[in-house]
Design a protein around this ligand. Structure first.
Ligand SMILES: *[C@@H]1O[C@H](CO)[C@@H](O)[C@H](O)[C@H]1NC(C)=O
Ligand SMILES: *[C@@H]1O[C@H](CO)[C@@H](O)[C@H](O)[C@H]1NC(C)=O
Length: 344
């Protein structure tokens, strides 16, 4: 796709930039103070139970996709605001057509007015990197997708990296390790589009052959099955809430909300903001905020950064904007297809 980005390392000036970049990332990397919980204490299989394989120490779980079924797990409770996090290692080798998702949702409870926060990882043909997208829905805002798509600065199949979603009444932050890659600050104008009802945490692996890779050109090839994605050191910090008794739950949760907002990861420090900007400049290749075909007027929370806007104009990726139909799959999960026909 972007050939300039594939040539890193061959040009000395660019290598120097890369070195700087990794320094910025590592400075931002003072580890969060996290309490991990055993899988059985807070999660249970969602589907494909035989393909949900717990580790011996109880702190990890593998999700398998084979020719019969994918698999998934769900948190036993629902949470109103929280920090949802796991170390994840993605399947390697040929993974075209595969989607691994780590997300919060209440779609099973509120079918027409659900909230959702997503990491979705999309496999690729052998030798080509995984890509991923983040997204947000509130109160059933399915006609207003808020996708951003990115590449990663490492190979996610080689080792575990931590992926986290922070969700408070004020902001949402998506993290990879300790680098914030996206922040959505709640604005009045977002109204119900900002997620506000209790959600569960979900993790799934599934066959998304019809859209995941180059718009469905490359399907899942079960010759390489089973596809295994590994999770460990899960973190669930939030106020456990009953989705139906929202109001009373909100009162009981105020102490926990304050605690959540006081955590290190709840604010983007200047250093982390620098790392976030770097990440977005280098690795983001689609943002709904710059998709003027789809949203002639950017959605209210969009913070238009001139340098980003310029880049998107230059690379002309806005052609992806035309299609944002939603597809459903088993378990009622819906998602937005990635339309990039670029072959990176
Ligand atoms: C990819 O999978 C094929 C078929 O199972 C295998 O022959 C090959 O060694 C694998 N490559 C890597 C790098 O694991
Ligand atoms: C959520 O959507 C419903 C319609 O589906 C609407 O009646 C309600 O006011 C919305 N809530 C908010 C907070 O915007």
């Amino acid at each position: 796709m972007d050939h300039r980005l594939r040539c890193f390392g061959t040009i000395p000036k660019v290598s120097f930039l890369l070195l700087l970049l990794s320094l910025v990332f590592s400075f931002a990397n003072a580890a969060f103070d996290l309490a991990t919980i055993p899988f059985n204490d807070a999660y249970s299989p969602l589907f494909g139970d035989a393909n949900v394989v717990r580790s011996d120490d109880g702190y990890g779980v593998k999700l398998l996709l084979d020719r019969f079924t994918g698999s998934g797990f769900i948190s036993s409770g629902m949470y109103q605001y929280g920090f949802f996090s796991a170390k994840i290692k993605l399947p390697s080798n040929y993974t075209a057509g595969i989607c691994v998702a780590f997300y919060t949702s209440n779609g099973d409870v509120f079918e027409k007015s659900h909230d959702e926060l997503d990491f979705e990882f999309l496999g690729n043909v052998a030798g080509k990197p995984w890509r991923f997208q983040t997204n947000l829905y509130g109160n059933g805002s399915t006609s207003r997708g808020r996708e951003e798509r990115y590449r990663l600065w490492f190979d996610p199949t080689k080792e575990y990296h931590r992926y986290s979603i922070l969700w408070t009444a004020k902001n949402v932050i998506f993290y990879i390790d300790e680098v914030p890659i996206r922040e959505i600050i709640r604005s009045e104008e977002m109204r119900g589009d900002y997620p506000s009802k209790p959600m569960s945490l979900y993790a799934t692996i599934w066959d998304a052959s019809n859209w995941a890779t180059s718009d469905g050109k490359y399907k899942v090839n079960y010759k390489y099955a089973p596809f295994v994605t590994e999770f460990k050191d899960l973190v669930l910090k939030g106020c456990s809430a009953d989705p139906i008794q929202e109001i009373s739950a909100a009162e009981g949760c105020s102490g926990q909300h304050a605690d959540l907002e006081a955590q290190d990861y709840a604010a983007v420090t200047p250093l982390r903001r620098l790392a976030m900007r770097r990440f977005r400049q280098r690795y983001m290749y689609y943002s709904y905020c710059y998709d003027t075909l789809r949203y002639p007027v950017p959605l209210p929370e969009c913070d238009i950064v001139p340098a980003e806007k310029q880049r998107f104009k230059e690379t002309g990726r806005l052609r992806f904007g035309g299609s944002h139909r939603r597809q459903s799959r088993r378990r009622g999960r819906t998602t937005t297809p990635v339309e990039d026909t670029d072959d990176m």
